[in-house]
Write a protein that binds this ligand. Structure first.
Ligand code: GLU
Length: 418
């Protein structure tokens, strides 16, 4: 993995690229390039041995023009203020392209969660939730899972918030487990939209998904579910990687068995169905029909992009391609389904979870998946329509044209007077 692009600068250049095709005042575009606010906080956490540790945490509320701020909280040593600002911005345009009534936000704690016990993580999460309490709420800002967080952390945040507020308000956070008010289909949703978008792209490009070869970088929640679902659609997963390395089998392997191996041993490397061990870079540059980057930002930079051989990329991760990599792939005619569309299933089903929480009326998994399917297909159609209508070369720019226009319209309709 390489690439030193600053994700916040990447976001801003993506907005500028879209603005060049839109007739929106520069001063409005300026607003759309900056977060409304960023909380930077230092949490004091008691460790199991009784000592205290200071950990840094952030929450960026990027834009609330279309609804309450929405976006996950990640636990990762590489979390920075600029990363959180970028991720919150990407959420703003993600909720806009799928046209759900939410804004964009994102948060993170700068830790490697593997370094802490479960009780330490619980105290840390509850301390962060206490800090966040004045700024979050079902109508204000609704956090969710992201890298290295999941149902467990969401349940803790919900419980802390409800205890402090002396209320029941499950819609303050999404990605909870079912017993705490979660939605069917939420865990699978990011991987699901990644493959729905890939299927639509193959259809659009007149390519056959049946028998298509697929490589997946990252085998966490989004990556492994995408592997499982694309395999069910008839494609052949030939390569995958996680932080320990990659595996390859030219005849394809069983994504579920590879996941079982990872659950048992901590890594997919060593899984007997795909014995050839390869590097993360090999996975990203493999000669496959479809590449799914499902790890972190900047996975493919300008240099690596020149070696990419996939025909289609569906971005399960946020920001996996630098803007310079986009330019290279534009030249080599790789069709990129941008993150704000491809991985929008997660936040879309979060929206369904929030709706169900507010109505206190819960949907079947079948209904969740059917509604998700419709939203992603509609968003894909709006994206390719703009891609063609504006004759834009970079698919990401087409997606931003749709999304930026929607956010700008909400802002302009509302005006600035109090
Ligand atoms: N963290 C996910 C994302 O980047 C989901 C956010 C949410 O559900 O609010 O889209």
């Amino acid at each position: 993995m390489s690439g030193e692009a600053n994700p916040f600068e990447s976001l801003q250049s993506q907005i500028d690229d879209a603005a060049a095709h839109l007739e929106i005042d520069d001063d409005v575009i300026e607003r759309l390039k900056y977060p409304e606010r960023v909380l930077e906080t230092n949490l004091t956490v008691e460790l199991d041995d009784g000592s205290l540790e200071r950990v840094k945490a952030f929450r960026s509320q990027f834009n609330g023009d279309r609804g309450p701020y929405k976006g996950g909280i990640r636990y990762h040593p590489q979390v920075t203020r600029d990363e959180v600002k970028a991720l919150a911005g990407w959420m703003t345009y993600k909720t806009a392209i799928v046209d759900i009534p939410l804004g964009g936000g994102k948060g993170g704690i700068v830790i490697n969660p593997d370094d802490y016990s479960e009780s330490e993580l619980e105290r840390m999460t509850r301390t962060f939730a206490t800090e966040l309490r004045p700024m979050i709420g079902a109508d204000r800002d609704i956090p969710a899972p992201d890298v290295n967080t999941g149902q467990r952390e969401m349940n803790w945040i919900k419980d802390t918030y409800e205890s402090l507020e002396n209320t029941t308000e499950p819609g303050v956070i999404t990605g909870k487990n079912i017993a705490s008010g979660g939605s069917e289909g939420r865990v699978e949703a990011t991987g699901r939209s990644t493959v729905i978008a890939a299927r639509e792209a193959f259809d659009y490009l007149d390519k056959d998904l049946e028998g298509a070869t697929v490589a997946i970088q990252g085998y966490g929640n989004a990556g492994w579910i995408a592997a499982k679902l694309i395999d069910e659609m008839g494609a052949t997963v030939v390569a995958a990687s996680d932080s320990s390395g990659g595996i390859y089998n030219p005849d394809g392997f069983d994504p579920v068995a590879a996941k079982d191996h990872k659950n048992e041993t901590g890594s997919i490397v060593g899984y007997e169905g795909a014995e050839e061990v390869i590097t993360n870079e090999d996975v990203l540059t493999m000669d496959v029909d479809l590449l799914i980057p499902a790890a972190l930002e900047n996975a493919i930079d300008e240099d690596l992009a020149t070696d990419v051989q996939a025909d289609v990329i569906s971005e399960a991760a946020n920001g996996p391609l630098t803007p310079a990599a986009d330019e290279v792939l534009e030249e080599t005619d790789v069709f990129v389904i941008p993150d704000i569309l491809a991985n929008a299933g997660g936040v879309t089903v979060s929206y369904f979870e929030w709706v169900q929480n507010r109505q206190r009326f819960y949907w079947s998994e079948e209904k969740v998946n059917a509604e998700l399917e419709e939203i992603i297909v509609d968003a894909f159609d709006a994206f390719v329509e703009t891609y063609e209508e504006y004759d834009i070369d970079n698919p990401r720019t087409a997606a931003y044209v749709v999304a930026v226009r929607r956010v700008a319209e909400s802002f302009e309709e509302a005006g600035t007077l109090l």
